[in-house]
Design a protein around this ligand. Sequence first.
Ligand code: FES
Length: 91
Amino acid sequence: MNPDEERHVCRCEEVSEREIREAVKAGARTVTEIKRWTRAGMGICQGRSCRRLVERILCEELGVSPATLEPPTTRPPIRPVSIRAVCREEE
Ligand code: FES
């Protein structure tokens, strides 16, 4: 095993590169499937910093270009919003 594969790709959910490669080998074919199987991208950054790393590993494992990947699902808000800011909008 390559020791570099123990590096965390998603720091907040403590998901390593090895875990992502294993998910792809087990059948994950999209960033969303990797997210569901490993929790990579479900932490505080919501994929803003780790999604590109997940995509790179997925592309390496599948031997495809990033342009061919299915876009990941996103849910609003894209950025965290304080309740105070939401309440101000409703006034
Ligand atoms: S680093 Fe964990 S969700 Fe992005």
